[in-house]
Every structure is written in C-alpha cells, then in structure tokens.
Design a protein around this ligand. Structure first.
Ligand code: EPS
Length: 403
C-alpha cells in the first residue's frame, strides 16, 4: 500500500524521498518532521558532521493547504556540508575500510574510486528515512498509535533490567528523551557516558542495543496466511535494512529460545476472571481477552495481538575508526592502513530514531492494508469497526465440521 524511495549522496546537494500511498486529509507541515530530524542528530559520541547539519525537510509535493492530497509526498533535505565539497578536488580513495560498503560496493558496481560506494552507503541517508517515518507517525497518531525507542546497552554497559521493568513504556520514552544517550535508566547513563568517553580516547567506536516499542496498536494488523504478509518478517527486514544493524528480535526472542514453551507463551485470560476459576467472569468481567505477560513481543502468527509491539535491536560499532585497521590499497596492491576523515564514535542513540521511522513505515502500511481507503475520512469509521479481542467479537459455531 505504502512505498518509499530515497536518493542522494552523503556530501552531494541533499537527500530526496518520495512516499507514495498516503491517504488524503492528513494535516502535515515541515514542522511535523522537525522534531524527529533533530532527535536523530543528537547523541553523545556523534561526529563533527552533526554540528554542521541542522536537518530540515522541505515538502515539495503531495501536500496542499497543509493537508495531504493522496499524491506522492516529495521531501528534500539539504546537505549543508555540500557547500564545502562542491568546488573541491576530491582525493582518490583506494583503500577499503573493513566493515563498510567500500570493497563490496566496488566489487558489485566496478567503481574505480571507493568514494562512489561510500557516498551512497553512508548513514546520511537515514535522515531521509526519518522524514518519511515522521509522516507515517503523523498518520498512526490519528489512530492512537505511538512508536518510541530507548537505548538499553552501549559498548557492553547495560541498563539494569529490573529498573527498566519498573518503568512503563511512556516513562521509558520520556526519560530517554532527557539525555543524549537516550537511555531511560539514569544510573546506567553515566556509566555509558564513561564508556563512550573511553572509546573516544581509545580512538575507537562502540555499538549497542536499543528497543523500539509501538503502543496503541489494534489487534489484527499483518497476516498469517502468506510469508510476505507476516508483520514479523516485514518488521525484521525493515529494521535490519538500517546501516550497521546486525540483529533484530521480536520480544525477548533469544531468551525465549532457552526456555520451556510453558514459560514462554502468554496465557489468555478473560478480564476480571477469578484466579483458579477458569472461564468464570468476575464482577468487573468485560468479556475482553487479556494477557498478563508479553513475551511474544506483541505478535502472534505474524499478526498484532494488541499488546505493545517490542523489537530489540543490535547495532555493530561504526566501521570508520580513528585507529586504523589493516587493509589493502587497491591502486598499488600493497598492504595499507585505513585513513580517517570524520565519523561517529557512538551512533546507537541516533539509530533508535531511525528504527522508529522504519517501524512506523511498516505499521502505517499494515494499517492501510487493513483499513483500505483513500482518505482519513474513509479510514476512521473502518478503524472504529475493527474486531477487538473480546468474546462478543468472536462468535464460535462450536459444531463438528469437515474439510
Ligand atoms: C557517515 C559518516 C559521517 C556521519 C554520517 C555517516 O559523515 P561525514 O563523513 O560527513 O563526517 O556523520 O552521518 C550523517 C552525515 C548523518 O546525517 O547521519 C558514514 O560513513 O556512514
């Protein structure tokens, strides 16, 4: 239903994105995109480039009189750094950095200078994704859906799981916004800061872990009926496509893999059901089917359950390091060390914002797939009529049948 393309190089004139399939009637202005673009730029351990750029997106199409029209939405983000590059004679780059797309890009496309790979492989492109994600978030917000993220580990320094468990998701989001490591466990923030400082002194880079959580989702988005309609695969693929992201799990998936099934699966209860009196409604009984745990991370059968949708994400350390790595100069055939221009030491907090954007895109797509409709006015009554997890919405025939 929804698709987007981005174009642009890291040090070229700017980044362009086209988002196609947004319904008409959504209020949208460049201001709606500004907050997430700024959030993506803040992080302790970010490189010098972020002091140069103050990302702002211009809306060049698909919005008239402050409302989407249903036409493709075109966005443009200027690269301020381009002013310095446009007239510059650019030094040849012939020694590939391990971990970057320098070597693989040249192998694939036959580049005769590695900068042609670097320019497009750069995570600068994620600014365009965040602008697209902000449009998707604006649509989701109309239906009470919110996507947030927070850092849980940097360079092996972890937030305390017990302290995190004591915080609701909205509290985690809010606390994370209050510091430049985007971690809601404040005692851990100072340890993470020290770790990043040590990393900078060591002229190295660090990776880490973060969680992306979507709240307010209706049950029933995605589908179990075909591999490419399962929301699980769509989310894993979208988040896994982000630069330096090397692992994504749904809920505590790797931990679940070490437990018994009876410990893992989220049992189903009727709201108000009395303990030990299975099926009997208590006084507050509403007929709503509820879970007391969410180890499934909000998805069953590739379909949303209506519980918070939780993704846990692993980012590798950025591959441009101040201390050189061993490589080979492709021009001379001699062993060589990588050279350093400028990069981030720690981009984990920033990557969380990019992952929110990719999740928002997939969820907006799934919502449009579920509701159909070309305008918000068409979508609203369909959303209100969605089946909920309650007995009244799930009548069963309860009679024998044959294939
Ligand atoms: C990046 C290298 C750095 C980062 C860049 C990603 O850029 P430069 O080489 O200009 O210093 O700052 O990220 C961004 C510009 C951005 O907006 O996120 C890389 O090699 O991937």
């Amino acid at each position: 239903m929804l698709r987007f393309l981005t174009s642009g190089e890291s040090h070229g004139p700017g980044l362009t994105a086209i988002l196609e399939g947004m319904p008409a009637g959504l209020s949208l202005s460049a201001d709606d995109l500004a907050l997430d673009l700024a959030r993506r730029q803040t992080s302790y351990g970010a490189g010098g480039r972020m002091k140069i750029e103050q990302d702002a997106a211009r809306l060049l199409g698909g919005v008239m009189a402050g409302q989407t029209t249903g036409a493709p939405i075109a966005l443009f983000i200027e690269n301020k750094d381009y002013a310095k590059w446009r007239a510059r004679a650019i030094e040849p780059m012939t020694t590939p950095r391990p971990g970057h797309a320098d070597l693989t890009g040249a192998l694939k496309y036959g580049y005769r200078d590695l900068r042609l790979a670097l320019e497009r492989a750069s995570a600068r492109e994620t600014a365009a994704r965040v602008a697209v994600g902000a449009v998707c978030k604006a649509l989701l917000a109309q239906f009470g859906v919110r996507v947030g993220s927070y850092v849980t580990a940097i360079g092996g320094v972890h937030a305390d799981p017990a302290r995190l468990a004591g915080l609701s998701y909205p509290q985690r989001f809010e606390l994370a916004e209050g510091n430049d490591l985007r971690c809601p466990d404040l005692p851990a923030v100072e340890l993470m800061r020290q770790r990043v400082w040590d990393t900078m002194q060591a002229r190295d880079t660090v990776g880490g872990l973060f969680e992306v959580v979507s709240l307010g989702l209706p049950p029933g988005l995605g589908s179990h009926v075909h591999w490419d309609r399962r929301l699980s695969g769509r989310l894993l693929g979208a988040v896994g496509s982000i630069h330096a992201i090397k692992g994504v799990e749904i809920g505590p998936a790797f931990e679940n893999a070490e437990r018994w099934g009876t410990e893992v699966h989220d049992e189903i209860f009727l709201e108000g059901e009395r303990e030990g009196n299975s099926g009997e409604l208590g006084e507050t009984g509403s007929g709503r089917l509820v879970r007391r745990t969410n180890r499934a991370g909000g998805l069953e059968g590739g379909i949303t359950t209506g519980e918070p949708l939780v993704l846990r994400v692993a980012m590798k350390p950025i591959s441009t390091t101040l201390n050189p790595l061993r490589s080979v100069d492709l021009a001379t055939g001699q062993p060589d060390a990588t050279t350093y221009e400028r990069s981030d030491f720690n981009a984990v907090p920033r990557a969380g914002v990019v992952a929110e954007a990719m999740v928002a895109f997939v969820l907006a797509d799934a919502l449009l797939e579920k509701l159909g409709g070309d305008s918000l006015d068409e979508m609203r009554p369909r959303f209100a009529a969605l089946r909920q997890a309650r007995l009244a919405d799930l009548p069963m025939d309860n009679t024998p049948w044959r294939f």
